[in-house]
Design a protein. Structure first.
Length: 217
């Protein structure tokens, strides 16, 4: 018999409640389907991502352009939520900072922008350390990679290292959901600099491990 973690049981309960309250004609079928499913090229001299230890951040203004933020949380292992936008690194508080403007992406095609445009930062990178508290917001349901159409209200903090000029940065996240059901979660994130806004990879990377890659559509 499979034993589910407390977080997974909570997510399953939330999924069933959300589908049932939405009046979905095939709520049980969708729920059962969900239950059953239950390197990047370097821009500098070091192609290894870093998620810990002091380092030198990039010089102000040297990292900028289209970027993809992929966030995997423990409530949905292996199914990252994707955010597409632009990243820049202004001078701030005596060092370099990270500023990100983005939209969520529809989880069905990973290209359609959904929900409102959001902006976070600037977050100062003292000794390369990134601590980025993301205030509470509601993810558009079309960006939900587990139950498409079901919105998620959450807040989280991204923690990692932004070291030098690279095409990929990564770290971990902690946060919580709120609303009908409240739960804490942990997770991973990856920031991939793109050649253009249409250059979302087939397998977005959401963590520092080489195999932290989303499945292709």
């Amino acid at each position: 018999m499979t034993v589910l973690s407390g977080e997974r049981r909570l997510w399953l309960g939330l999924a069933w409640l959300a589908l049932a309250s939405a009046g979905c004609a095939d709520a049980r079928g969708r729920f059962n389907d969900f239950h059953d499913r239950l390197q990047t090229e370097d821009a500098g001299t070091d192609n290894q991502p870093s998620d810990g230890g002091p380092c030198s951040p990039p010089e102000p203004g040297t990292v900028n352009g289209p970027a993809l933020l992929a966030v995997e949380i423990s409530l949905a292992r292996g199914k990252p939520i994707l955010f597409l936008g632009t990243i820049d690194t202004p001078a701030f508080d005596g060092t370099t900072a990270v500023h990100f403007v983005y939209h969520a992406l529809d989880s069905l095609d990973r290209s359609t922008l959904v929900g409102a445009q959001l902006a976070v930062g600037p977050f100062a990178l003292h000794d390369g350390t990134l601590s980025a508290p993301i205030p509470e917001s509601t993810l558009d349901g079309d960006a939900d990679p587990v139950l498409h159409g079901v919105p998620i209200t959450s807040e989280m903090t991204l923690n990692g290292q932004i070291c030098g000029v690279r095409s990929f940065y990564c770290g971990t996240t902690v946060g919580s959901t709120s609303g009908a059901v409240s739960a804490k979660f942990t997770g991973r994130f990856g920031i991939t600099l793109l050649d253009g806004p249409d250059a979302v990879p087939d397998r977005p990377r959401y963590g520092c491990a080489d195999d932290a890659l989303a499945q292709p559509l």
